[in-house]
Unconditional design. Structure first.
Length: 93
């Protein structure tokens, strides 16, 4: 079974920011950034920063795009329509 069909947890840090919540889409991507498929979503926070970032990642947890938010709740609730092909089941890291 390849990584698309099982849950793949993210690393502890993505682009230097600590992962606090994450979701994996499974067999099908959440959506797309340009022509790239988004399989992982991660809410992250840089050390000593009040801002949270939602990283949109490929199958290898490589960042394709990020967006800043004031809270984890905002980052989860403001998921764009383009990422709603698969329901995000958020996990706490």
């Amino acid at each position: 079974m390849d990584n698309q069909h099982k849950t793949v947890a993210p690393p502890a840090y993505i682009d230097g920011a600590k992962v606090v919540q994450w979701a994996w889409s499974g067999q099908y991507p959440f959506g797309f950034v340009s022509t790239y498929e988004v399989y992982g979503l991660a809410i992250c926070q840089y050390e000593n920063s009040p801002t949270f970032y939602r990283f949109s990642c490929d199958k290898n947890w490589e960042t394709l795009q990020d967006s800043p938010y004031d809270s984890i709740k905002e980052a989860v609730e403001q998921l764009p329509e383009q990422y709603r092909r698969v329901v995000a089941n958020w996990q706490v890291k």
